[in-house]
Every structure is written in structure tokens, then in C-alpha cells.
Design a binder for this molecule. Structure first.
Ligand code: ADP
Ligand code: MG
Length: 222
């Protein structure tokens, strides 16, 4: 990111983010902490091209979203970026496999013949056994749902994984298990990991930790 400034259109004079220069190396696992409302989700949405900066340049995996249509952005995102959300964003009435298939749908590898065996192997790695694969996800525990959301984010082996406070509804044991599964799979696939949370105690799980305020010079007052 270079000279990036962002404000929401309802309050255009209030910069949420002002980032003069920021760079993340490929393969790094970076934890970004900051209080609620400090702009963490906004930053991730800029990186995914879900929001557009008012000023400045953002390059993700060597590409800029500036010249892409919405459709091209969707495709690029589906192929190269895996997103794990705070509220999982799984489709409740679909089972684990169908939720993962949906993520695959938008990418060019959607019709690979070995897709299902790959999903099964990944779910087993994430300690989800076959009896859990075909139940609607709303019948799974919160910890199991979070592991389905890891599988969905990772099934395309994306170069970049973005996690937006994914552990806030987990107890400590499930949280530690979730982070260790996520970080080890990212290492295995060589994926860069950006993980944001307000919870500073998660720092210990990551190679590098920064406060959002270290890179963001906008003063966000809520
Ligand atoms: P965090 O993820 O760190 O909790 P956010 O990025 O969600 O912070 O929000 C940063 C600031 O932007 C907050 O002041 C919030 O109220 C504001 N904000 C977030 N989303 C929107 C939106 N869609 N429209 C207007 N303001 C928003
Ligand atoms: Mg947020």
C-alpha cells in the first residue's frame, strides 16, 4: 500500500485509514491487533477489493484492483484469496461439503475431477470426520463450523488468507486449536496469512504482530 486514504461515503471527511507505506512479504503470518472500530475490517476489505481506496495504490499479489471490473475482481478473489469471517458466513442449511463447493464455484478450477477427494482429505486434516460432512452446518458445534470455514477458505490453496476475528466466539481450547490448524495449513500451502483481532493475547501464535495504529496514521474516534 502506498499513500492510501479511505473514508466511507457517509462521512467523506473522516479518514478511517491513512497508510503511507505498508508491505507484507509473501508467506508471512501477520497478526494485526486494534480495538473495535479502529478499521481492521475496513483494511481487509480494501485488500480484497470489496472497498476501494479514495487515494493511493494497493497491490495484492502483484496486481492492482484498479483496472478490474467487479466480475474480474470476484474471480481474482475466488482464485487467490481465502477469507474467514467473524460470523463464519456459512450457508446454514447446506452441509459442509456443499458450503465448500460454493467457494469453489467461482474459480476456474471448479470442475476438477479430484475435487471431492481433496475436500475429504482437508476435512479429515481439520478433524472433521465423515459423519459430520453431510449434516447441515447449523447442526455442527461452533468449533466445527469454524473448521469448515477454514476448509472453505483453503480449498483453492489461495496465496493469501485473510481472517477477520474468526475466534471471537470460541472458548480458549478451541481457539488455540483453530489458530494452530490455520497457521500450520498456511505454512504447508505457502499462503500468506493476515489475521486481525482486538484480542492481543493471540500475538503469541504468530511470527509477527503489529498494532493497526503502527501503520495507520488516521485517527479514528468512535
Ligand atoms: P474494526 O473492524 O476494527 O472493528 P471497522 O473497520 O469495522 O473496525 O470500522 C472502522 C470505522 O468505520 C468505525 O468507525 C465504523 O463505525 C466505520 N464503518 C465501518 N463500516 C462502515 C460502513 N459500511 N459505513 C460507514 N462507516 C463504517
Ligand atoms: Mg471488524
Amino acid at each position: 500500500m502506498k499513500n492510501v486514504e479511505f473514508s466511507y461515503s457517509i462521512s467523506p471527511k473522516k479518514n478511517i485509514l491513512k497508510i503511507v507505506h505498508w508491505h507484507v512479504k509473501q508467506g508471512e503470518q501477520l497478526f494485526i491487533h486494534g480495538p473495535s472500530g479502529s478499521g481492521k475490517s475496513t483494511l481487509l476489505n480494501l485488500i480484497c477489493g470489496l472497498q476501494t481506496a479514495n487515494l493511493g495504490n494497493i497491490r495484492v499479489l502483484g496486481k492492482s484492483f484498479d483496472m478490474m471490473s467487479t466480475r474480474q475482481k470476484d474471480k481474482y478473489r475466488a482464485e487467490h484469496i481465502g477469507y474467514i469471517f467473524q460470523q463464519f458466513n456459512l450457508i446454514e442449511y447446506l452441509n459442509a461439503i456443499d458450503n465448500i463447493k460454493l467457494a469453489r464455484h467461482f474459480s476456474s478450477s471448479a470442475h476438477e475431477a479430484d475435487f471431492l477427494p481433496k475436500v475429504h482429505a482437508l476435512l479429515l486434516t481439520l478433524n472433521l470426520t465423515s459423519q459430520d460432512w453431510y449434516r447441515p452446518v447449523n447442526q455442527l458445534s461452533v468449533g466445527q463450523q469454524q473448521r469448515v470455514s477454514i476448509a472453505r477458505a483453503l480449498i483453492n490453496k489461495p496465496k493469501l488468507i485473510i481472517a477477520d476475528e474468526p475466534t471471537s466466539s470460541l472458548d480458549q481450547a478451541s481457539r488455540d486449536n483453530f489458530i494452530s490448524l490455520l497457521t500450520s495449513l498456511c505454512k504447508k500451502y505457502g499462503s500468506t496469512l493476515l489475521f486481525v483481532s482486538h484480542d492481543m493475547s493471540l500475538c503469541q501464535h504468530f511470527d509477527i504482530s503489529i498494532a493497526l495504529a503502527q501503520i495507520n496514521s488516521a485517527k479514528v474516534i468512535n
